[in-house]
Design a binder for this molecule. Structure first.
Ligand SMILES: [Zn+2]
Ligand SMILES: [Zn+2]
Length: 214
């Protein structure tokens, strides 16, 4: 859950905007204010009261996937929790720690190309597209993209085996069968995350064995 800023907002007469990590801002979204190599401005809504927040989304630990790879795989990004501002925007919202966000659309997508002069943001309209909850308002299901299609298909066991054994070629084969835009990148990053989890488990087991706890 993000923080409350009521005390600060009360002292500023301008209207707060909520595009950066739940912190009130008094200027419009601008990639120049974001510290990242990639940023998407995403139309999100509070799942509880449907207050709209257009928020900046960057790659975020503990996941290694960038916005592109996440969208190519599961048609969604790491939007995190909604700002604690529904009540300030006139909504009656139960809010609280369980509040999560719907993600409707990538409104703007900006990237900094590696190997070029730093701090040059390039907008890429081909990434600006509907996300998982685009049809939520009209009663449509969550669309989990390629991942959702694999999950509902008869290739799910093959996929799970490939994931668990780190068989990148087999993962690529399944991703391609479902028209994934970036099969090699997606397979690679999913496997990086699998290996990272294994590594962390191994380190904590070793730490317990050597030092007895933590
Ligand atoms: Zn709300
Ligand atoms: Zn690698």
């Amino acid at each position: 859950m993000l923080l409350r800023y009521d005390d600060i907002i009360d002292r500023v007469s301008d209207r707060a905007l909520w595009w950066l990590d739940g912190v009130p801002r008094y200027c419009a979204f601008d990639p120049e204010l974001v510290i990242s190599s990639e940023v998407a401005l995403v139309h999100t809504e509070c799942r509880e009261c449907r207050t709209r927040y257009d928020v900046a989304v960057c790659p975020r630990a503990p996941l290694f996937a960038n916005v592109r790879d996440q969208v190519a795989f599961e048609n969604q990004v790491n939007v995190g929790d909604p700002p604690v501002a529904c009540h300030l925007l006139g909504a009656r919202c139960a809010g609280g720690a369980t509040m999560t966000s719907l993600q409707v659309r990538i409104l703007e997508y900006w990237v900094q190309d590696r190997g070029t002069i730093p701090h040059i943001w390039r907008r890429e309209p081909s990434m600006e597209r509907p996300l998982a909850h685009a049809n939520w308002a009209s009663g449509g299901d969550e669309d989990q993209g390629v991942w959702g299609q694999i999950l509902d298909s008869d290739r799910i066991e093959e996929w799970t085996r490939a994931r668990q054994s780190g068989d990148i070629a087999a993962m690529c084969g399944v991703l391609q069968a479902f028209d994934c835009e970036r099969p090699a990148k997606v397979a690679h990053i999913l496997d990086v995350e699998r290996r990272y989890r294994l590594f962390k488990d191994e380190i904590s087991a070793l730490s317990i064995e050597r030092f007895g706890g933590n």
